[in-house]
Design a protein around this ligand. Sequence first.
Ligand code: NCD
Ligand code: ZN
Ligand code: ZN
Length: 411
Amino acid sequence: RVFDADGAVLVPGIVDCHIHNREPGLEYKEDWESATRAAAAGGVTTVVGMPNTDPVIDSPENLELKFERGEASAHVDFQSYAVVTSENLELIPDIDEAGPLGFKVFLGSTVGDVPPPSDGEILEAMERIRETGKRLGFHEENGEIIDHYTERFKAEGRNEPIDHSHSRPVIAEREAVERMITFAEETGAKIHMFHVSSGSAAEAVARGKDRGVDVTAETTPHYLWFTEDVMREKGNVARVQPPIRDAEERDRLWEVGIDDGVIDCIATDHAPHTPAEKKVDDPFGNTWDAISGFVGLETEVPAMLSFVDDGRLALEEWVRRHSTRPAQVWGMYPQKGSLQIGTDADFTIVDPNLEWTLEDRRELHSKNCVTPFEGESFTGKAVATVVRGQIVAEDGDVVGDSGYGTRVDVD
Ligand code: NCD
Ligand code: ZN
Ligand code: ZN
């Protein structure tokens, strides 16, 4: 097979360790097949699914069910986290045996029926997970602070999309990051902060790293690309947890998180919902009922390459955070995240000069494609995606077979 690779760049396969593939149980939003179709088209060779499905992935049986569904239909390689709740602390060793990539705790409320464990239970979970050698990641927002502001704003009759964002203030994120770092310092657990949205939270991660805590962190293209003004322009479409922050927090996320190297991983938080759930027909109404989250698998490589094109980020620094480091953080390296010579390599070919505007979200491959990146213009795009030596997508068209993707074995 010969590519016209004129001007193109070969990079190790892009690894996205934060997607909501929605299967089992929420297939009306997305499933393994559609999520990994979007991944392949977007230049992503490995994805990791979040456990807020139905049933939630809180037992060895549910994890095995999720893996079976993935083996049956995925286009690219995959893994999954298992959730820790108040109910399943004793099951942690058995869940570990079933082979998840790592563990996840949702602090505070988010999408799905996963109530947060108490602080005592989190400490106990850290002790148990430490024994498995795996890492524990957090949805890092303090739910009590959010509940307080949400109730107060509702009582005051505030109903703008921006009010929703402000009801989840930066302090809720920073406090949760600091508390989990303190717990990890005490227990010796390896921890991770998913979807860090603010410079303040990145600074908290930096202080933890300085103290010698094994804390790693992720951010997403949307926190680097947008400021909260997008809530005023696009309303509920841009609603996400944690929310998109003001320019000052966004700029400090760049400086502390990216320039100073505190953020280890880029991932999407790809979170498909139906247009009705996102209230696309009424983007500035019904704010408190609109759901949070949007897709990202096909805009993450273009967004990051646009930062490279702007001179905001070196190409090597992008590749490190979007392939090598995520694979290392989650124990998949060098199986994933490296450019290996041979016929079974994962790699992505990108054209850093290709200009592309996402004119219509229906160009995307997910089941539901609402995203605030609709209408945005990019410089740079994936032109071929290769998983274990097989071309799975070319020029945005998926050419591989459903079911080719396989679980990444981490034990
Ligand atoms: C996610 C979802 O829809 O599952 N939504 C979101 O706003 N980020 C949940 C999550 O990542 O916490
Ligand atoms: Zn989350
Ligand atoms: Zn998420």
